[in-house]
Every structure is written in structure tokens, then in C-alpha cells.
Write a protein that binds this ligand. Sequence first.
Ligand SMILES: [Zn+2]
Length: 274
Amino acid sequence: MKILDMPCVKGFIQLAQDGVDKGWHEMNGGNLSYRLTGMEKANVKKEVKKPQKEWIDICESVPKLAGEFFIVTRTTGYMRNVMRTPESAFGIVEIDSTGTKFRIWWGLVDGGRPTSEFPSHLKNHEVKFLQDPNNRVIYHAHPVNLIAMTFIVPLKAKDFTLALWQIMTECPVIFPKGIGVVPWMVPGKGEIASATSKLMEEYDIVVWAHHGLFCAGTTFDRAFGLMDTVEKSADIFMKVAATQKKRLSTITKKDIAKIAKEFNLVNLRKQFLR
Ligand SMILES: [Zn+2]
């Protein structure tokens, strides 16, 4: 099957375009990665035949991802070009047997490289892969209301999670484990990558203060759906906050406990309701 006909590549392109349509990807903001299945990997090898020779340092160590293949967006690339010029805007890469290097199999033409957040993506992939091999998608975007929230809500998981659980009824159902928060840091490799992946051990959603959001999912639909739900709730939160008026009613902690019971949310982080 041709690379651009593979369902995972089509799903990758569609998510990127959906994020652009939502207004989450100004300039070259945001990035996306997907870990291929064994069959998808075999198809890439069959179709492309041979990779580029050069192995490139990841600048992180992800030994559990040795030999895995990823689709990943291009550094300084624009998400709006993922659908228009796919071979340039993203690529398919292989991780080496030590988990410290990668090489390009397809795409990223004209000297392209994976996103500068690739180390963060891979650290998150490694954590999520060990939790459940079905976890395949890591998505980073810059949704405006969520970023605005990081200026007025304390940068703590409990405060952020409760703020969103209490503003829209579906939130505790969609992300019962809550949301992790990384304080402001320089993006890229190193400190922020390890801070994010540490939180990914407990959460599927991690806020980067004054920057954006990371979501992990088993599918493109799930990762996009998490981003969309958080941003919609953040939109409501900011609209309510902008009125400068005291709320006349809200979803209480008791209400959230009732939702958890009704929907059998066994993994709801109950300590956030205390
Ligand atoms: Zn970003």
C-alpha cells in the first residue's frame, strides 16, 4: 500500500488539519506523533525499501522504543501544510536498537527533521507504551483558552482538574484521571521532557503553563477529543471568569462524586474531591 494511502497516515493528516481548523496551530506551533503497528511498519519497509543511511541523535534515551517506527511532524514546519505537502511536512522515522538515535524512512524531504519536541514526544510515548501498547498518539497544540487559564488558575493538577470538572458535566467522564500541570519551562529536550513524561505516568493530559497542552491517546480520535474537550471547557471557564461575577451555581464536588458513581468511573481521582 502506498504510504499516503495507509489509514494511519490519513488519520495523522486529518488530525493535523482538524487542529488547524480549530485555530490551535499558529505559525509552526504544535506537533504530532504516532507509533506504527507491526503491520504498518512492515508496509513502510516494503514500500520504501531502504531508509536514509544517517542515524541522528535523539538527545534523549528511550530504550523501550527501540526498533519502533513513528510518524512525526517537521521542526519549523506548519501544521497547515500537513495536508497540502505531506512529504515535506512530516516523516516516518525508525528508532535504533539503543533508543538514542533515529533515521528517516519516508518524508521530511529537503533536509527536514522531526519537531524540536520529538524528545518530549518519545519520552511520553515510552511511558504510555509501557502502560498499554495500544497507546499510539501524542498530540501537542496551543489552544487559546487553555493557555489563558494558566494565567489565572494555580498551576497545580488538583486546581486545574477541578476547575474543568466543575465547568462542564462531561469532563469527569472524559478525563477521570484529571490533568497534570508542568510549570513554565523552556520547551524542547531535557527538563520539560522529563517533567512531562513523569506526569504522563499518572495522566493522559498535561498542561504546559503559558504554552499549550499535551494529550496522549490510543487513537487519533481519542487524542483530538481530549484536546477538544479540554479547550471547550477552558473556553466556558474563561467566559465565566471574564464576567467578574460570582458564580450563582456550579457543579459541586458532590455532584462529581455522583457522576463517578453513575458512570462507574473507577479511576476517577477521588483525592481531588476532598
Ligand atoms: Zn508548543
